[in-house]
Design a binder for this molecule. Structure first.
Ligand code: SAM
Length: 259
């Protein structure tokens, strides 16, 4: 197997402790993605967590197996070799991980679909900022709406390249994610996901023009009926001005019209 990228190991001991202490892990089943050299794994185990770690790079396993032989034998730690965006995931309640940045988006949505109580995840700074951006902010987009529809996302800390060895070219951010039900029930989650994707694929277009662009997906009649039922004030806005609830309202109206 080809060695994976994204191997920047955290060497800032204070940051390791802060990440491991953000949510109480004692006695809980914690999923770790990409344990690497095991720095965060060790901190989680020391705090009494039961850790299920998924690591893609098999060449890192002998070191992990040697370092954590006792915890592996007792079952406090289990190491699964594979791609965390694809392998069947073990049972878990919490997620704590310094993620490989190349799978940030895929793994985040996979975790949200799977369901968990709380997660502390490290991302590339720009990605994390997009997750927490509010409406009207230049970084507010598809990722912000989808993440904030299904979870509270809170910034914990930002880390410079020097916190890692070797240092990456980018800054990093640690966020806490707490899933919740959408603020308003969503009639059809796939319609909602398509609507958010399509409207943000042309973020300079007004909602009126963005909805017109969706005629190829839902048909001219449905999209015309939807547009006619909406206030001009909303149709003249750009997607970055719409709140999470506005997107749900819009998708619920579309879901009703298309049946
Ligand atoms: N947790 C360690 C730390 O904090 O020092 C390592 C973090 S490093 C940024 C990312 C880790 O994820 C590496 O060990 C890398 O081999 C692993 N990795 C990369 N792609 C992966 C994937 N698709 N699934 C699971 N692990 C992956």
């Amino acid at each position: 197997m080809k060695a994976p990228k994204d191997q920047h190991f955290l060497v800032d001991a204070d940051a390791v402790a802060l990440i491991a202490d953000t949510i109480p892990v004692a006695g809980r089943k914690v999923l770790e993605i990409g344990p690497g050299g095991g720095v965060l794994t060790a901190a989680l185990l020391a705090r009494g967590a039961t850790v299920r770690a998924v690591e893609l790079d098999g060449s890192l396993l002998p070191n992990l197996e040697q370092r954590f032989a006792g915890q592996l034998a007792s079952g406090q730690l289990q190491i699964i070799r594979g791609d965390a965006s694809k392998v069947p995931l073990p049972e878990f309640e919490l997620v704590v991980a310094n993620l490989p940045y190349s799978i940030s988006s895929k793994i985040t949505f996979r975790l949200l679909e799977t369901g968990f109580e709380s997660a502390v995840l490290m991302y590339q700074l720009e990605f994390g900022k997009r997750m927490i951006a509010p409406p009207g902010n230049g970084e507010y987009g598809r990722l912000s709406v989808m993440a904030q529809t299904y979870a509270d996302v809170e910034m914990i800390l930002e880390l410079p390249p020097e916190a890692f060895s070797p240092p990456p070219e980018v800054w990093s951010i640690v966020v806490k994610i707490t899933p919740h039900e959408p603020p308003v029930p969503i009639r059809d989650r796939s319609v909602h996901a398509v609507l958010v994707r399509e409207l943000f694929s042309h973020r300079r277009k007004t909602i009126r023009n963005g909805l017109r662009g969706m005629q190829s997906i839902y048909g001219t009649a449905v999209m015309t009926n939807l547009t006619e039922a909406l206030p001009a004030e909303l149709l003249d806005k750009r997607p970055e001005m719409l709140s999470v609830t506005d997107f749900i309202d819009l998708s619920n109206r579309l879901s009703v019209l298309r049946v």
